[in-house]
Design a protein around this ligand. Structure first.
Ligand code: PGA
Length: 227
């Protein structure tokens, strides 16, 4: 059986209180016999949560007593430490996280991130031993060398309730792998507990990046269960 990634991207959501409640609900569901008492085999299913920067220290503590595998950041500075007001650099992120999402279409759209900036970000992440989860909108997006995990996220599917078809996503994933020698390609865009299995079952899709549906612990639990 292939190894799969299930990644929660909380985007700009949740306070400390809400993050605490999310973990409590998820942990209870995983432990409760009524909901199936699920033990996540971390060798086969990596469940990663990507909270906003403000929650990284708190989530790092909570993750110890949970079944989740790791933490990811949602962004990274293209620069080293120094006089870059408002930026969080790779060394700082590495204190809390092992992964970082780079190149999300929302960063391209609202923060004008270009291929050039994204390439710098990937280099910075790799230099500090952070695994990039590089987002691409299709086969033609430039993917920087050594991006370890790629998430295919078509813009029309993000937050719209209108996912790509598993068949098309699989074809795109296949082409991304052939073109770039990427080992893991995930699908993202309106993934829910109802459709996750259809994507995971595709031969070239190695997991999912979940936005909106990851905010609700109960729904995210169902996604983990069904994947
Ligand atoms: P969505 O977002 O699941 O809310 O569509 C996915 C993403 O943007 O990573």
């Amino acid at each position: 059986m292939k190894k799969i990634y299930i990644i929660a991207n909380w985007k700009s959501n949740k306070t400390i209180l809400q993050a605490g409640e999310w973990f409590q609900t998820l942990n209870n569901l995983l432990a409760s016999r009524r909901s199936g008492q699920l033990t996540i085999n971390k060798e086969k299913k990596e469940v990663i949560v990507c909270p906003p920067f403000t929650l990284l220290p708190f989530v790092k503590e909570l993750i110890v007593n949970s079944q989740l595998s790791a933490i990811g950041a949602q962004n990274i500075s293209p620069f080293n430490e120094g006089a870059y007001t408002g930026e969080i650099n790779a060394k700082q992120i590495k204190e809390f996280a092992d992964y970082v999402i780079i190149g999300h279409s929302e960063r391209r759209k609202y923060f004008n991130e270009t291929d050039e900036i994204l390439e710098k970000k990937v280099k910075m992440a790799l230099k500090h031993n952070l695994a990039p989860i590089f987002c691409t909108q299709g086969v033609n997006t430039k993917i920087p060398q050594n991006a370890e995990i790629v998430a295919y996220e078509p813009v029309f599917a993000i937050g719209t309730g209108n996912p790509d078809t598993p068949e098309n996503a699989d074809q795109v994933a296949k082409q991304i792998k052939e073109k770039n020698r990427i080992q893991y390609v995930l699908y993202g865009g309106s993934v829910t507990s109802d459709n996750v299995k259809n994507f995971i079952d595709m031969p070239n899709i190695d997991g999912v990046l979940v936005g909106g549906a990851s905010l609700d612990a109960q729904e995210f639990y169902k996604i983990i269960q069904k994947a």
